[in-house]
Design a protein around this ligand. Sequence first.
Ligand SMILES: C[S@@+](CC[C@H](N)C(=O)[O-])C[C@H]1O[C@@H](n2cnc3c(N)ncnc32)[C@H](O)[C@@H]1O
Length: 248
Amino acid sequence: MTVRPRMYHELAAWFHLITAPDDYAEEAAYYLQVMQNIIGHAPVSLLELGSGGGNNASHYKKLVPDVVLTDLSEEMLALSRTINPELPHLQGDMRTVRVGRQFEAVFVHDACSYLTTEQDIRQLAATAFEHCLPGGVAVFCPDHTAENLVYETDHGGHDGQGRALRYLEWTYPGPPGTYAFQVDYVYVLHEDGREPRMEYDHHVNGALPRDTWLRALADAGFEPGAVPLVHSEVPEGYSEVFTGWRPR
Ligand SMILES: C[S@@+](CC[C@H](N)C(=O)[O-])C[C@H]1O[C@@H](n2cnc3c(N)ncnc32)[C@H](O)[C@@H]1O
């Protein structure tokens, strides 16, 4: 099933009111620390696959001199350029993109939650390995694994300049026998001088077993690992970040 989330296409200009760049400072610092713990220093070059609105990048770019951002969606790249105008942005699928050079760090934040099969994860691991310098590190942050997925509802949103957004998010199972699960969103959009409007959106995400991640990373050539996600808004021990060190 191919799904084209409206959030990343015709509604992309609203994305920073769903999740605001300022809220990413703590997370971005943590991922840099994870990379530093593995390679012994902060990376000097970093490729992000699925960089979305560039929220994480807007923070880690202050400490990493050479950053390249990639995403499937041209609309999301355009949004990211508004807050990261100095960074190169390239369109590409994290499973197949080839940017023609290597980096000390490859970073895949929550965008890898859109991969739903073992084959997808293996393709991503191969892409990350190919772009990772020997001695470098890759970091992967799926929202869920098969072990910690729970179906729930959430809500949020932000006020902006002359407009505001609130959303309801509702996760529920996907087709039996798959790792896919479904996410419905309802957005309420306020724009000065207009009647509020409501939009529906449907996403399909994946929650792959932990072992599938670790095996895919090992088979790609990485020395795989996992560290707890440490974040003030995530319950301790709830989530893990997968890592791959590329041997020299
Ligand atoms: C939640 S957003 C990422 C936000 C990002 N973490 C940030 O800091 O702004 C998810 C992104 O994943 C991208 N995406 C989904 N599937 C992808 C794929 N196969 N390859 C590359 N990007 C993908 C979407 O286009 C979207 O921009």
